[in-house]
Design a protein around this ligand. Sequence first.
Ligand code: AMP
Length: 410
Amino acid sequence: MAKTLDGIRSIENFSLEDKRVFIRVDFNVPMKNGVITDDTRLKAALPTIQFAIEKGAKIVLASHWGRPKGPQDREAMSLEPVAQYLNQALGKEIILVEEPSSEAPKALLAGLKPSQIILLENLRFDEGEEANARDFAQSLAEYTDIYINDAFGASHRAHASIVALPQLIAQRGIGFLMKKEIEMLDKVRFDQESPYVAIMGGAKVSDKIDMIEMLIEKVDSLIIGGAMAYTFLAAQNISIGSSRVEKEKIKFAADLLARVRARGKKILLPEDHVVVTSLTAVESRKVTPTAAIEEGWLGVDIGPKTQATSSAEILRAKTVFWNGPMGVFETKEYSDGSFAIAKAMAENAAATTIVGGGDSAAAANASGYAEQLSHISTGGGASLEYLQGEKLPGIEALREPKRSEMVRPQ
Ligand code: AMP
């Protein structure tokens, strides 16, 4: 197990039979009008739940969803669609409990049948959740014998079900998804095998400065695509037409290019682009012959030459990490660049290939190559914070003190 998990127990270390097991999961899935549009996080949570079922636990599942602002959001932000999904996926009756802090879960657990599972309603309906309130956590602890955190995507938040609750429970640990996330992300955080190629894309340089700084210490090559590439091209005085640019970050980009090159590392910027006259003018699209973009045009994806160069670089690597799409991949006509990255990663079967969550995870899933990648993180913000070296509050709350740090009883 990775060092990060020293002093942290796993669900396999507990005897679960007949115990009330509270599993904090990340069911914060994309939903539109009550329909789940991407079930990746739900699927990823199933192995831990199934394990607890097999071991005869009395299971309470808990998650937040979205950012409810008050009682008016209770209907639209209910976990009811998730309850229906789990009913199908697990073949169990899912009892959705409206008030997690009430006596109801405790009473239900007393008579819970093996064919039933409790799902608590959206934890953020209670203000205590985001406030990491001890009294809210205490009400959850009332009916928890064993606490399991399998919500990697929420573990960068010091909220009650992530931090205050496990601190009240002696028997606490992680589930299989959390273990896999940490072990896989540790491969790019600590044990990267060279050549290490990172691909960065997405909307903004400013969101990813810490990530870029971390990566340039470790990678052999950095491929930059997406809208953030235009800021780097502008830093080299290459015209970028009306493409998205962060003027205040041009100097940072120029300094970074100089620093990376001075250290003998490779940085690959787009050599060509897919451009359009406006984001919605799909039919106007064309490929530029060079990295330059004329006035009146804006870049929406990397072009075929860039795809080929990036793919060749990826195919030579032993470790590949990708964060941020190469273009506006949500529009099919602008998705080729992102899909080409996923394809090259999939084709390099000998390498450890990791996608760092968020939009790049959505792009990797949409590409059809997801199954052939080593790992697609279910955490957006959590995976980035973790890779930037932050300690995740949800992990730290589970750690047992080292023997030397334990206070002797008087
Ligand atoms: P991020 O959350 O920073 O990873 O950014 C993801 C967003 O960047 C996606 O919604 C993409 O549509 C957007 N994006 C990627 N490339 C471009 C581009 N060339 N122009 C505008 N937006 C882009």
